[in-house]
Write a protein that binds this ligand. Structure first.
Ligand SMILES: [Zn+2]
Length: 165
């Protein structure tokens, strides 16, 4: 669905982006959070600069849902349907949507589970650690270990064997 941008719609979008920023501000300020904040701020700039009437793609009720929110929405709807509660818009997830939502959740769990980093090189014994995430991003960690890949958000495990950090 395409909706033309109006002053009201613009302020709704900005409000929802500000809400997301607020939530992120209450998170630990890791590199992944910083990255998301930057993306949202860039998006805010873009929305502010777009002229009235600019066509904005929207999905069902929410202006924009990422795939995990969508997966949550599907599962949430199914649970309500199981209790005999239908949604106001009459939406019922298809079999495919249910299967895809479970796959998306699985992916989310995998990403939040620390994966061993591929150590590329080490300089000295305590100064810098270099590693590569599965997505190919080279990560430099000094003193403190980077917990999440700033590129894809994968949780990282810096242990070489089973040593404790
Ligand atoms: Zn990554």
């Amino acid at each position: 669905m395409i909706k033309p941008l109006t002053p009201q719609f613009r302020s709704d979008i900005l409000e929802s982006l500000n809400k997301q920023l607020e939530e992120l501000n209450s998170c630990e300020n890791n590199s992944y959070v910083v990255l998301q904040k930057n993306t949202i701020n860039q998006f805010k700039k873009l929305i502010k600069s777009l002229p009235d009437g600019y066509p904005i793609p929207v999905e069902r009720r929410k202006w924009k849902m990422n795939k995990y929110e969508k997966a949550f929405d599907v599962i949430d709807t199914i649970l309500h349907l199981m209790c005999g509660e239908e949604r106001e818009d009459g939406y019922k997830p298809s079999q495919d949507e249910m299967v895809n939502s479970m796959e998306d959740f699985k992916e989310l769990v995998e990403r939040a589970t620390p994966k061993k980093i591929c150590h590329t090189k080490e300089e000295g014994s305590f100064t810098f650690n270099f590693g590569r995430c599965e997505c190919g991003r080279e990560i430099l960690s000094a003193n403190d270990y980077v917990k999440y890949c700033p590129c894809c958000g994968q949780a990282l495990d810096w242990r070489v064997e089973d040593e404790k950090i």
